[in-house]
Design a protein around this ligand. Sequence first.
Ligand code: PSU
Ligand code: MN
Length: 302
Amino acid sequence: MVLVVSEEVREALDAGRAVVALESTIIAHGLPRPRNLRVALELEEEVRRAGAVPATIAVLDGRPQVGLAKDQLERVAGGEGIRKLGRRDLPFAVASAASGATTVSATAQLAALAGIRVFATGGLGGVHREWTVTQDESADLGLLARTRITVVCAGVKSILDVPATLQRLETMGVAVAGYGTDRFPGFYLSDSGHPVDWTLRTPEQVVDVMRAQDTLAAGDTALIVANPVPEEQQLDPELHARVLADALQACEAEGITGQAVTPFLLGYLVRHTDGASLEANLAAVRGNVRLAARIASAWSAR
Ligand code: PSU
Ligand code: MN
């Protein structure tokens, strides 16, 4: 197999111990340097502290790596020659020995291939505003409709059309639950303003649903566990609304399209909120990583 699984991750999987997959696009293209490397290391540490093994995923020199050594993490965070790889980019990267950070779609696919069931990220990609003109919908959604994995996230990025994204997830049959809330979280915000149909309150309840997914065998779909950023750590909703409107305008004015849209909007928010959006983003990711580790532990103890 083309996959390179680190020794630590391989041993944990073989022994049935808890493993949490982590994506690398947030590190290489979603967070400002040099803070991104510190965050990457800190997130792995959070997983370990919660009793699970972190498996950060990226492609280096054409090899999909599951579990990165420190120098490999440094390479990803350094960004030199590190592309953004969605699901469809993986064969190109492998065939041309390229290097890149993996998005949710590529990470979830490689994690599932390695036998990892639980995955943590910040906010999922989804249907962009202006979809009727651009048809811009993240490949994250299609992949989650075809992959049996549990993704812990703070909802979908608030730069997106959230109700349209929720509708797409419903249409594609992807299971969505609020964690400890009946509201769908809003990434930088605790509440996107939209409800969810199901609420789960403990890692054990999440595991019960995962087990039920397996017994129903009704197509390999994901389970999205939408975990809100604590209210006291969210971005001020008024600031968020104002700066996001400017960001969307700037994106259009500068003609940004395709894979560059999400990094552009996230970067714009960081610069124009004096870093407050970055703190909210990090608080969300930290909470997700910790919860994912607890779910992975409950899953391995089942
Ligand atoms: N979550 C974050 N920051 C990010 C991302 C998620 O907090 O940068 C990344 C994920 O890798 C996700 C990607 O898959 O953004 C979506 O990109 P696109 O909209 O181009 O599919
Ligand atoms: Mn896109």
